[in-house]
Design a protein around this ligand. Sequence first.
Ligand code: PHE
Ligand code: CO
Length: 295
Amino acid sequence: MQTPRRVEHQQTDRGYVPVYATGVVEQPWDNYTATDHQVWNILYERQRALLSAYACPEFLEGVERFGLGDGGIPRFDHLNQVLAEATGWQLVAVEGLLPDEVFFDHLANRRFPVSWWIRKMDQLDYLSEPDLFHDLFGHVPLLLNPVFADYMQAYGRGGMKAHAIGPEALMNLTRLYWYTVEFGLIRTDAGLRIYGAGIVSSKGESIYSIDSPAPNRIGFELARVMQTRYRIDTYQQTYFVIDSFEQLFDATGPDFTPLYAELATRPVHAAGDVLEGDKVYQRGTREGWATGGDN
Ligand code: PHE
Ligand code: CO
């Protein structure tokens, strides 16, 4: 495999992160090595076996429809045929993390940027920036779900707006992305399930987010999410739980401009805080909300 073109490091809201060349590239599929394909296969098999009991049905359906387990790193042009027909989204290959405005512009136009390079064999369990496995396996299956697909596009448009308003608004919006697209949980008939890409692409956090009694699991509330800081270097201390993708889409439909103004007057909460009025899922079980208490 070639090496990704890293341009510089930059201090951002999310800490000190590498910033890459911003252009779209051709997926260099012929240059993947046998080891690259093997890394995909190992990660795929491991997550697919685990996630039957942990991921939401919409995610699992997407994985099957794309044939992500057909063996080896999938070809973006094949996935794009499926996507075009289903929801009109397209994958574009990129070098890695993009500046906010570039990223928002892609989403607003129903293009999802996917890092073309995959992690090394000694990085199976953790790596500090998104690679092909995270971007593709984590994010792309839900782009086949019409409601989630529309949410992602709306997020891109909202991002351009927030960017124009200022850094605080952008931080509020980034937290929404973090706690939904990356680390969201959803209630289903089968109990609590994962839909967030940052979780489904991590074996450890898949188990932790659902089964561990340690983290808070709080019912989704837009303002609450936007006021909650997050950590990028540990498993989450708090997950926000939606009831459905429709709930998420509807709750984020209204113009955020007045909300940003109001939030600027309110305190920000630490990642691990539980507040009065939070609807809390109390135990690490997949069975449902705790009864008793005032939930
Ligand atoms: N309604 C939001 C706004 O006015 C746009 C948005 C939709 C943002 C969905 C995020 C997710 O900014
Ligand atoms: Co991601």
